[in-house]
Each structure stands twice: as structure tokens, then as C-alpha cells.
Design a protein around this ligand. Structure first.
Ligand code: PAF
Length: 280
């Protein structure tokens, strides 16, 4: 496995691999890899000849008061995990190479990114779309794998790829959960033992919402009230949003059509921001 920090080297290698007819699979990450990321690598491994994992903590997707500075960085452990899982290349560029002084070009998706995390994290998806475009242009993937845990991000990237005719297939892989249902996230490592137990309530709340839909409830308000109620039983959880949207367009659900909707949740567990979602 190669670790490539240089943009020009990475791009030249990607172009040469494509010329040789190799199918490139990209797994974009910000590092601090957990089993959820490693399953994305497995998905890429099954579908591509060459698997590139990008590791880049992208400053433009963090707000001024967010956790960019303290976001976990663990390149050595990440590299070992990637190698074990069969990745071929880690692309780990430097911040100033991706965004050199004077950098001034950004990409925005203007519909799906308006709601949910787009409200509570202004500018976040602009940063994501921008860096994902940069990563695509540098690594030239045939397919790129994203996790369903970040459902809004995945939907935005799919839309961006379609709108801009990007020659890449966007693959969305299922959320990987801990034994108690908590969605795996690099931010889980910020949680204390007590907070970790509270965080498990997020999935419990989503399951409760799904149970109501499975029982025939078709009013999103009824379902979301129950989800909010389960979350509010912990004093340490503060709800940022609890909502139901169309799973593709992210338009708010007026009447539930089973199999077409997503309950999406963002909460603070103390000062740790967590998101999750469940298709209903
Ligand atoms: O999901 C993430 O880890 C990031 O948002 C991504 C897609 C790697 C862009 O920085």
C-alpha cells in the first residue's frame, strides 16, 4: 500500500491507472477510521481494481466554533487499518496544498443542502461539495463510496454528481452500528461512558418511530413527537432537529409513504454533535 501526500503525484498515478483500464474506487474520509469506514473500503474492494482512501480533515466544512482543531487525527493507525483491509493507496494531502493561499473556488448544491444540517451548520455542505470535487478531480474515481449515516451528505453528493455530469458513480453503503445501535462515528470517541449510554438512545428513538410507521401511523407529526419524547428522556441530550423527509429529495414528508421516508435526527450529547437516520 502506498501513502501519497502529493496532489500532482496522486493525479498522475490516477490518470495512468485509468489509461491501463483499471477501475478506481475512492473512499473519501477525514481519518480516525472505525469499522464503518472499513466497511466502505470493503465495498470499494468488491467493486474496483484499485482502492484509494483519502484522509483529509477538511477545514472548509467546519464552522468557526466547531471541532476542526480537536478533530481526531491518527494517520499511522489509519494506514495500518487500511492496509489490513486491502486498500491500495492512501491519499493524505496537506491542508495548504488543497487550499493554497488565494484559493477562491467553491461548489454549492442549493436544494437538498438547505434543510437539516444545512440550517444548523451553515456553510458545511459547501465545504463538503468543494472538497469532494477536488478529491474527484485528483483521484479520478469510477466510483466513490459514502455512508448512509451521513444521508443528507450522500444525497447532496449524488445530486451534485448528476447536476455537474461528474463521471463517477456514487455508492451509498449502510450505516454500521455498535451492539447497542449507536451509529459508528469518529466523534463517538469524544463521549464519556455516561454520555455514550445516552447516545444509544438516538437509535432507540429512531426505532420507536419506525415501529409506529410499521403499525400504520401515517402522520409524520405523531411519529416525530414520539422520537422527540424518547430523546428527551435524557437530560444530557439536546435536540438540534428531529424531522422526516423524502429519502431522495429531502423534501419534508407531509404524509408517510412507507419505504420512501427517512427519520433524521441531530442532537448534542453534552458538547458532542451526533446525527443518525432510519428509513421508514
Ligand atoms: O464524511 C466525511 O468524512 C466528509 O464529509 C468527507 C466526505 C470525507 C468530505 O470531507
Amino acid at each position: 500500500m502506498q501513502i501519497i501526500p502529493s496532489i500532482t503525484e496522486m493525479q498522475a498515478l490516477a490518470i495512468s491507472l485509468r489509461t491501463q483500464g483499471k477501475l478506481i474506487g475512492l473512499v473519501p474520509t477525514m481519518g480516525a477510521l472505525h469499522e464503518g469506514h472499513l466497511r466502505l473500503i470493503d465495498t470499494a474492494r468488491q467493486r474496483a481494481d484499485v482502492v484509494i482512501v483519502s484522509i483529509f480533515v477538511n477545514p472548509t466544512q467546519f464552522g468557526p466554533n466547531e471541532d476542526f482543531a480537536k478533530y481526531p487525527r491518527a494517520l499511522e493507525a489509519d494506514a495500518a487499518a487500511c492496509e489490513k483491509r486491502g486498500a491500495d493507496i492512501i491519499f493524505a494531502p496537506k491542508k495548504d496544498d488543497i487550499y493554497p493561499p488565494g484559493y477562491s473556488t467553491y461548489v454549492t448544491e442549493e436544494r437538498i443542502s438547505k434543510g437539516l444540517c444545512g440550517i444548523s451548520r451553515p456553510g458545511h455542505f459547501r465545504g463538503v461539495c468543494t472538497v469532494v470535487n477536488l478529491l474527484f478531480n485528483i483521484t479520478r474515481p469510477d466510483l466513490a463510496i459514502f455512508g448512509q449515516k451521513d444521508a443528507q451528505q450522500a444525497a447532496i453528493i449524488k445530486k451534485m454528481a448528476a447536476d455537474l455530469w461528474l463521471p463517477v458513480q456514487i455508492v451509498v453503503a449502510p450505516t454500521v452500528r455498535e451492539a447497542d445501535g449507536l451509529a459508528m462515528s469518529s466523534r463517538n470517541q469524544y463521549l464519556s461512558e455516561e454520555q455514550r449510554q445516552d447516545a444509544a438512545r438516538i437509535y432507540r428513538a429512531l426505532r420507536e418511530g419506525k415501529r409506529l410507521v410499521d403499525e400504520g401511523i401515517r402522520s409524520p407529526d405523531r411519529v416525530l413527537a414520539e422520537v422527540t419524547h424518547v430523546l428527551s428522556q435524557s437530560r444530557r441530550i439536546r435536540v438540534i432537529y428531529v424531522t422526516m423527509v423524502d429519502r431522495d429529495s429531502f423534501a419534508p414528508t407531509r404524509e408517510i409513504v412507507p419505504g420512501k421516508c427517512l427519520i433524521a435526527v441531530a442532537v448534542w450529547v453534552n458538547d458532542v454533535r451526533l446525527i443518525d437516520n432510519l428509513e421508514v
